[in-house]
Design a binder for this molecule. Structure first.
Ligand code: LLP
Length: 422
């Protein structure tokens, strides 16, 4: 459920008409709903009760500090994957003891910054990383809390580009070698083994792959405890999928997921961490765009929008489907037309949808891409020297620009022309 609904024939974000925001900030822009973010966070938080747990938002999905602050105020932790994300989480006011650091390629500099600024745990993905972390921690005279990310060799049954739990993927330590690597971790100076971590992929629409992975993790935890490790935390990763269309089968709910977590790992008495990104932010955001032209091509008609692949890359990168709806609800009985919906970028891949049924639209009309709150703005680029688009956060009947649109001058002035060219 989200808070982008039609009222009196006009799409609203909570209590604000979307067209009012468009008039104030111009198109295209991202628009997020506070109530939806809060609702999704609470669904997860409650689903894990009564387990001792922490929901760490995977901020790669949406890292605007206003979003982070909204979630942190509810008690969320953060899952970060870079020094930049760590700095953002801290800047948004998230305490270090609520930040977990994931990722296959943490640099010594990133490790140092996190150890100095405070960190709940590093999810270590390889032996070389483990050694590097040991060296950095030792040089600082501190102890780094670690969980080792285990690759359980489970098929997440999702898009190949976002599946991470098979042995051929670059992520984690093969489960067959886990005990040996834990023994090494325990022997290295500057490290304290606190838990086990797993993340098998994103946009999972069934519970079985999670369940398989978590059962393997539970077995491993018992074996590691028998080996003498004090495993007190389990980080179960993120990955629960969202409905991208109103019509398709709904993925499992956080409550179903929570029950499955309790069923598979509840008996271990560990503190449980989860790292959802998409489910918290995905349906809490829309991308609002204006129609520039309606072009009648040969055998097909094109709706040319002012948003493009650089603003929302998911359709061209993963063939992802986003529902695209008119901001003004069509009158009943209006015959829809079929369009290819495209952006202005000079690539055929800049296509959001083919053969999509839409009400008749004219230049200047607004449309909204649903489910654009996760992996939308964060994956945007300035390709074609198109400025990153504004982000707006709605809260009840208020809205605020939480990232403004840069001017061309601001973009252009970042380039430096070397002296020899003057
Ligand atoms: N934890 C780790 C270690 C991850 O790698 C990810 C996502 C998450 C948590 C959060 O997963 P979520 O709950 O959001 O599914 N750009 C792609 C998605 C990439 C996901 C990468 N890792 C997309 O637009 O579909």
């Amino acid at each position: 459920m989200d808070h982008f609904l039609y009222r009196d024939g006009a799409l609203h974000a909570e209590d604000v008409p979307v067209s009012e925001i468009a008039a104030a900030v111009g198109t295209p822009f991202y628009c997020y709903s506070t109530a939806t973010l809060q609702r999704h966070f609470r669904l997860f938080d409650e689903a894990l009760d009564p387990l001792d747990h922490l929901v760490c938002f995977a901020m790669k999905a949406n890292s605007n500090q206003a979003i982070l602050r909204t979630l942190a105020e509810l008690g969320a932790g953060m899952d970060v994957v870079s020094g930049g994300e760590y700095a953002r989480a801290k800047a948004a006011g998230v305490p270090g003891e609520r930040i977990v650091f994931s990722g296959v390629g943490k640099t010594a500099g990133e490790m140092r910054a996190a150890l100095e600024g405070g960190i709940r745990q590093f999810n270590v993905e390889s032996e070389p990383e483990m050694e590097a972390l040991s060296a950095v921690a030792t040089s600082l005279g501190v102890t780094a809390p670690v969980a080792l990310r285990i690759n359980p060799d489970v098929d997440a049954r999702t898009h190949a580009k976002i599946a991470t739990g098979k042995s051929e993927n670059k992520f984690g330590i093969p489960i067959a070698r886990a005990r040996e690597v834990y023994a090494r971790a325990a022997a290295l100076p500057g490290l304290e083994v606190v838990g086990v971590d797993v993340h098998i992929g994103s946009q999972l629409t069934e519970l079985e792959p999670f369940e398989m992975a978590y059962r393997k993790l539970a077995e491993l935890t018992e074996a590691l405890r028998a080996d003498g490790h004090d495993i007190r935390r389990l980080d179960l990763g993120g990955g629960l999928g969202i409905p991208y269309t109103r019509s398709n089968e709904a993925p499992p709910l956080p409550s179903d997921y929570g029950e499955m977590v309790k069923r598979t790992v509840g008996h271990l008495g560990c503190e449980v961490e989860i790292e959802p990104g998409r489910l918290i932010a995905g349906n809490a955001g829309i991308l609002v765009s204006g129609v520039i032209y309606v072009k009648n091509g040969e055998g097909r008609d094109f709706l040319i929008l002012d948003a493009a692949m650089n603003d929302l890359i998911r359709p061209s990168m993963y063939d992802a489907h986003h529902d695209i709806v008119p901001v003004i609800e069509p009158a009943p009985g209006v015959e829809p037309s079929v369009f290819d919906i495209v952006g202005p970028v000079c690539e055929t891949g800049d296509t959001f949808a083919r053969g999509r049924s839409m009400p008749p639209l004219a230049p200047g009309d607004l449309v909204a891409f649903r489910s654009a709150g996760a992996y939308g703005a964060v994956m945007a680029s300035e390709y074609n020297t198109r400025p990153l688009i504004p982000e707006v956060l709605v809260h009840g009947d208020q809205f605020a620009v939480i990232r403004g649109r840069p001017t061309f001058d601001e973009m252009i002035s970042r380039d430096n022309i070397p002296e020899w060219l003057s």
